[in-house]
Design a protein around this ligand. Structure first.
Ligand code: PHE
Ligand code: NA
Length: 447
């Protein structure tokens, strides 16, 4: 009896740990604004399809490599490659993943800093009685103030790197797991409130009734990138989790559970946010500020709104904190693999991420018109290219490694599921996920 309980406990722990990495800004901040810029329902449809066809099989591939290798990302890749008689140059995949999370963490930390500012503002009652226009103008003024942005970015990154250096991320994860249901409840409450607003029906139509001509190559590329981003897949960041997975646990079941949780958080946030957008006559394509403007408006109309808004930002911060730790871990592991001590590795990475983050923070004021590539400023670049191109490219290589390079029996064992499930995973990965990712990436490069 106690043995069953314990096993169930560690199975659940695995799902919760991966959910902790998956659920973050991607669901509540990035999904609504990227969907808003890419046609709403058309984006949602393609994104959900990509989660099923690409995100899930590649997530399994990534965790399988860690589960079979039982080491850090790079060591697992190298060991398994040698075992299969393949080149140890597969280690570059691990390094590329580390580079990807480096770019992502730099803007992730800046935006998480916005949550710190908004947490403080809501505790101080700054939104009480404020009109929608005033809240919007307040956000713009905040973005135009690089000192505040940098302060919060520094604070958030410091919080993240301290936990990584001290190696106490397990404890924080546990806290996050304990409180995540509350975040979910708050989002349910918000969605319930959304039903009472005048924008609700329009929001539902905008999110769930796609017009097929809206599915353009750009929408497809962004939807693919977001599918990888939201599941935390494609940067070898999830590999490490495989190493701790109980032997008898079925990976497909766990991965589906994570994806369902992740999508439902995004959907609840989307329903709440777009109801406010339409009730207030705002533009869905308003950009990265969408969540930060709409949610204070929504909560300010609820009884005890400022209390719940404070709790909401606190929980959001906790969720992004665990995701950020997951972003930082593979880089630290990589430097440690080169022989650096953990504290030093964390400091070096923290400093580099902080510096790159400064460029993002200034992208809303003095560097707004500094557009080094594709006419995009630094924030626009790091918040699109790594999620939209690097993650799918890394995911593609991860899938090739797990489905073509790794010995079949090793892969089967690492999936931890029956023959039929393995054949299904192998078929989908080889003949759908890999070619589809390749084609979407190639088309976007050629167009
Ligand atoms: N999945 C996280 C989110 O949705 C972001 C993330 C991406 C975390 C890649 C780790 C690796 O917020
Ligand atoms: Na997510």
């Amino acid at each position: 009896m106690s043995e069953t309980l314990e096993r169930w406990g560690s199975k659940r722990a695995f799902i919760l740990a991966v959910t902790g990495a998956a659920v973050g800004l991607g669901n509540i901040w990035r999904f609504p604004y990227v969907a808003g810029e890419n046609g709403g329902a058309a984006f949602l449809l393609v994104y959900v399809a990509f989660v099923v066809l690409l995100g899930l099989p590649v997530m399994m591939a990534e965790i399988m490599i860690g589960r079979a290798g039982r080491r850090g990302p790079i060591q697992s890749l190298v060991t398994l490659a040698m075992e299969a008689g393949a080149s140890p140059r597969w280690r570059w995949l691990g390094l590329f993943g580390a580079f990807t999370v480096f770019c992502i963490l730099s803007f992730y930390s800046v935006v998480s800093g916005w949550s710190i500012e908004f947490l403080v503002a809501s505790v101080n009652g700054s939104f009480v009685g404020a009109s929608a226009e005033a809240i919007g103008a307040g956000f713009d003024a905040f973005l135009a103030n690089p000192k505040l942005l940098i302060f919060n970015h520094s604070l958030f990154l410091f919080m993240t790197m301290t936990v990584v250096a001290a190696g106490i991320s397990k404890g924080l994860e546990r806290l996050n797991n304990l409180l995540m249901p509350l975040l979910y409840l708050l989002l349910l409450l918000l969605a319930g409130y959304a039903m009472t607003t005048s924008g609700f029906r329009e929001a539902l139509a905008w999110l769930f009734v796609p017009s097929f001509e809206a599915i353009t190559p750009t929408v497809v590329l962004h939807a693919m990138g977001h599918a990888f981003f939201t599941l935390a897949v494609g940067a070898c960041a999830l590999m490490a989790y495989g190493a701790y997975m109980p032997d008898e646990q079925s990976l497909p079941k766990a991965a589906v559970a994570v994806a369902v949780l992740d999508i439902s958080v995004a959907l609840l946030a989307g329903i709440a946010i777009f109801s406010v957008v339409f009730a207030q006559g705002m533009d869905p394509a308003d950009g990265p500020g969408l969540m930060f403007v709409t949610l204070p408006i929504a909560f300010s109309e609820l009884p005890g709104g400022m209390f719940w808004l404070s709790i909401f930002f606190l929980l959001l911060l906790l969720a992004t904190w665990t995701s950020a730790i997951n972003l930082a871990e593979p880089m630290v592991a990589t430097l440690q693999g080169l022989g650096l001590r953990r504290g030093l590795a964390t400091t070096i990475i923290g400093l580099c991420v902080w510096l790159l983050g400064l460029l993002s923070a200034f992208s809303f004021s003095s560097l707004a018109e500094f557009r080094p590539l594709f006419g995009r400023n630094v924030f626009e670049l790091v918040s699109t290219i790594p999620p939209d191109i690097f993650l799918p490219f890394g995911g593609l290589l991860i899938a090739v490694f797990a489905a073509w390079v790794m010995p079949r029996a090793r892969a089967h064992g690492a999936l931890g599921a029956g023959d039929a499930a393995f054949v299904l995973w192998l078929g989908v990965t080889r003949w759908i996920a890999i070619p589809l990712t390749f084609i979407v990436l190639l088309t976007s490069l050629l167009l």
